[in-house]
Design a protein around this ligand. Structure first.
Ligand SMILES: Cc1ncc(C[n+]2csc(CCOP(=O)(O)OP(=O)(O)O)c2C)c(N)n1
Length: 305
């Protein structure tokens, strides 16, 4: 698929595909705070899906608990709103059962880098076919501003008023050390860039990890919009940056203080994903979801009657 990424072309394409875009809209009341990064992240996802010609019936969106999870009724299509920190396991199971659909999962830095970090690690190792969007607003937003594993050191948060003691985790760098097949980073203030990154991630066949650095104007006063704009750099501005060198990607991703690089940091489009590696499913035309239709499970339910 060709990528026409300049703003004018994206807007022109979107207006031509207005009907498709509208399918992703819902009438639900938006409950996010004024200026929350979730508005733009979801907007960019809707744009990317529209521009890549996805139909709502072919997508499953899985959501974690959290402010980001409250996006579950604000996007058109099939959605699943699950337990805090567990979204990756639900999404991975769904995509293995039904590889005909695109599975997209969202999680916060709280749920993903603490409660559910085990799921993240093993999803990357196994390369499950899921697009995972990490909403990294550097705090537990929905429970009103506790420090997360990504909150900058020394910063006072509700629950740690004297300042956060440990060094923050760097999610993209962490994932790059797990031998991933796709890692990208973008910023909730830049819809154009997020759209571009998400379009590429949507076309990745394995586990696509996309970290969205997200502003949280209510609880995260440490890294507001202006803080990011003073530090953001793009991989596209680097001479000859190719996203195929994992060691270079790790070096570039390390800095969270002065030069914060955005873009597709690493990609291995040829790596076999989890399903491709399964020997007993080689050459099968059906998916588990098709096969299970031939079996009636109603007799098992009778045991509980
Ligand atoms: C296992 C579990 N632990 C804690 C909670 C309480 N809880 C609900 S939302 C939330 C904060 C979510 O923070 P994050 O994942 O960063 O998402 P955000 O709200 O910032 O988008 C917490 C701690 C829960 N519901 N389940």
């Amino acid at each position: 698929m060709t990528q026409q990424n300049d703003t004018k072309t994206v807007l022109k394409n979107l207006s031509e595909k207005k009907d498709t875009y509208i399918k992703y809209e819902t009438d639900e009341v938006i409950t996010w705070c004024h200026g929350c990064g979730n508005y733009n992240i979801q907007n960019a996802l809707k744009r990317a899906l529209t521009l890549e010609d996805f139909e709502t019936q072919n997508i499953l969106y899985c959501f974690d608990i959290g402010c980001n999870g409250n996006g579950s009724d604000k996007i058109g299509g099939y959605t699943f709103h699950g337990l805090h920190g567990r979204v990756i396991s639900v999404a991975s199971g769904a995509s293995i059962a039904n590889p005909h659909i695109k599975v997209i999962a969202s999680g916060g830095d709280g749920g993903t880098m603490s409660e559910g970090i085990n799921h993240l690690i093993h999803a990357v190792r196994n390369d499950y076919p899921v697009l995972f969007i990490l909403h990294n607003n550097h705090n537990y937003g929905l429970t009103t501003g506790q420090a997360s594993a990504t909150t900058p050191k020394g910063f006072a948060m509700n629950g740690s008023p004297d300042g956060v003691l440990p060094d923050p985790m760097n999610p993209s760098e962490f994932v790059l050390n797990l031998n991933p097949s796709f890692v990208a980073r973008s910023f909730s203030g830049d819809i154009k860039h997020m759209t571009k990154v998400l379009r590429r991630a949507l076309n990745h066949k394995g586990f696509a990890f996309v970290e969205m650095l997200q502003v949280c104007p209510t609880y995260n006063k440490a890294t507001p919009q202006s803080w990011y704009w003073d530090r953001i750099k793009y991989t596209s501005d680097l001479k000859n940056y190719k996203a195929n060198d994992i060691e270079k990607a790790k070096k570039l991703t390390k800095d969270l203080e002065k030069n914060i690089y955005l873009g597709v940091l690493y990609e291995d489009p040829k790596k076999e994903n989890f399903i491709e590696k399964l020997q007993n499913r080689k050459n099968l035309k059906t998916a588990p979801v098709d096969e299970v239709k031939h079996y009636s499970i109603s007799k098992f339910f009778k045991e509980f009657e």
